[in-house]
Structure formats: C-alpha cells, structure tokens
Design a protein around this ligand. Structure first.
Ligand SMILES: N[C@@H](CCC(=O)N[C@@H](CS)C(=O)NCC(=O)O)C(=O)O
Length: 208
C-alpha cells in the first residue's frame, strides 16, 4: 500500500497537496471524485472527513484535512528545505505568508468561486462576487510587493508559501483574473506553472 492516500477533486485545494506530494517524490494513491458542493464523496467519504471537504491526506497513524497543514507535515517529513526554521531571519515572513494563503486570501477566493459557480444559481449574489474579486486584487497586490522581482515569495528558494499562493495563481488563471494581476505575479505564475511537479498535480482525472 502507498504511504499516502490523497482524497482529491480536480482544481480543488487538493491540487496543492498533490503538488507537494509530487515535489517530494512521495509514494501516494490519488482517490479522485467530482467536486459536488456539500456532498463530496457521498456517505462513504463522510467517514473519512465528516465535513466532506477536500483534501484529506491519509497516512499510517493519522489524517489531515487542512491543505496548508498537510503541506507543512509533508515538508517536515520529506522536504525540510521548503520550510524555514525558527532561527531563520525570514521565519516571521514565512509564517505570515504561509497562513495568509488560506487564512486571508482563501476566504475571498471561496466567496468569489461560490458566488460565480459553486453555489446553486438561486443562492449566488453578484455583489458578493464583485466585492470578493476586489479583495482578491488587494491581496495579490500586497503579495506582489512581497515578491518583488525575486523568483519565489521569500527569495531564491521555493517554500510552502509558493505552493500556497501558487495554487491561488492557478485559480486566478482558471477564472480569467490572472491578466488583471501585477506583471511580477504573472511572471511568477508562468514560472510555477512550468514546474513538472505542478503540471502532474493539476492533470485532470477521470472523475472530473
Ligand atoms: N481550508 C481548507 C478548505 C477546504 C475546502 O473548503 N475545500 C473545498 C474544495 S477547494 C471543498 O471541499 N468544497 C466542498 C463544498 O463546498 O462542499 C483547506 O485548505 O483544506
């Protein structure tokens, strides 16, 4: 049996975890299912994740269903170079931007996607989608300042911040918002999208 099982939906946050597993060269099985709002995976998946959200990373001795936590766990086990140690001068920035990806940016992305395509049409509110798109723009502008013209968010080496924010870049591209982003974000996205591990991670599965 593979070391990890990743419960996955195409284009969802599990792409982040799949990307990390690919970067790590980890041994994993992908369990792919359609992204169905509030009922992902049906009753069987409820036993794995009671909220039926994606992703879940399952392994001997545990289970994680927060994408950024899964990345951190995998970095500790397989890719310590993807995280900064507490005595590193950029450690505070590392924590700040790693959590920003889900804690701040993620909520606006959810609102935008929810009110443009995920929620049943009767529940969608264009004004909320518009507000969320504005907040996404502000978040990316702040991230653009952090990135500057360096290859990665914290400098010359890829860290978990790049997987966290890189996934959002992927969504911005899918939702045709990338061309509105600052020039350095567009260049950053192109470089991340060219990584073989990323390309394997976003390959569409039969369950789409
Ligand atoms: N903060 C969680 C978010 C998990 C989440 O909301 N996943 C979405 C897919 S990206 C989901 O499962 N949606 C199903 C639903 O809306 O019911 C993480 O980063 O893992």
């Amino acid at each position: 049996m593979a070391e990890y099982r990743l419960y996955h939906c195409d284009r969802s946050r599990s792409v982040r975890v799949r990307w990390m597993l690919e970067e790590c060269g980890a041994d994993y099985t992908l369990i792919s299912m359609p992204l169905e709002h509030t009922r992902v995976g049906g009753e069987a998946y409820k036993a794995i994740h009671p909220l039926q959200k994606i992703p879940t990373l399952d392994f001997a001795g545990g289970r994680i269903f927060e994408s950024m936590a899964a990345l951190q766990f995998l970095a500790e086990r397989h890719k310590p170079s993807f995280r900064l140690a507490p005595d590193h001068p950029d450690y505070a920035a590392f924590l700040q931007w790693t959590h920003f990806a889900e804690g701040t940016m993620g909520q606006y992305v959810n609102q935008f996607i929810g009110h443009t395509m995920v929620l049943p049409e009767a529940m969608r509110r264009p004004a909320i989608a518009q507000w969320a798109a504005g907040e996404i723009g502000k978040c990316m502008s702040l991230f653009s300042d952090q990135l500057g013209y360096r290859p990665f968010a914290l400098g010359d080496a890829l860290t978990l911040v790049d997987l966290g924010m890189g996934y959002h870049c992927y969504l911005l591209k899918l939702f045709r918002l990338m061309s509105d982003m600052p020039e350095n974000i567009q260049a950053y996205w192109k470089m991340l999208a060219a990584r073989e591990a990323f390309q394997r991670a976003c390959a569409i599965t039969a369950a789409a």
